[in-house]
Design a protein around this ligand. Structure first.
Ligand code: 5GP
Ligand code: ZN
Length: 135
């Protein structure tokens, strides 16, 4: 399979690895949003977040939590964002599930998600659309 993250797992292409165990790998993003921007992946190829079993997802996020706190301390960051871009519309470019850990620094200038006036005007409509269907 032609997956760049699988190639990083197999050490076929280099990466700046900051953590590794038998099942997970964490490495610095090559185009970081902030200093220390890290990607955490399972070594086993899975396309995206929804294709992970709940057990796999739980184990994955545990590793993310473990790394994020340490990273914040080591880099003396003031906080961090963790995020998954799921699907092309959400900005997923690499189809090998990965959590982003983005250390945040006071006044780092990184923009948050913009608020949507349209979504705000449709809050009641949105609630009606969803209501009762989430199990
Ligand atoms: P996505 O947009 O799919 O959520 O995130 C993919 C991330 O992978 C991007 O932030 C991008 O910079 C990073 N990336 C893509 N190719 C490579 C690579 O070869 N090495 C590393 N370290 N990061 C990569
Ligand atoms: Zn892969």
């Amino acid at each position: 399979m032609d997956c760049i993250f699988c190639k990083i797992v197999k050490k076929e292409i280099p990466a700046r690895i900051i953590f590794e165990n038998d099942k997970y790998l964490a490495f610095l993003d090559i185009t970081p949003n902030t200093i220390g921007h890290t990607l955490v992946i399972p070594k086993k190829h899975i396309n995206n977040f929804v294709e992970q079993s709940s057990d796999e997802a739980a184990k994955h996020i545990k590793v993310v939590q473990q790394i994020a706190g340490q990273l914040q301390n080591i880099l003396k960051a003031d906080g961090f964002n963790v995020a998954i871009n799921n699907g092309q519309a959400a900005g997923q470019i690499i189809n090998h599930v990965h959590w982003h850990i983005i250390p945040r620094y006071n006044n780092d200038g990184l923009l948050h998600f913009a608020h949507s006036e349209e979504a705000k005007s449709k809050l009641d409509e949105t609630l009606k659309k969803i209501n009762g269907q989430i199990k």
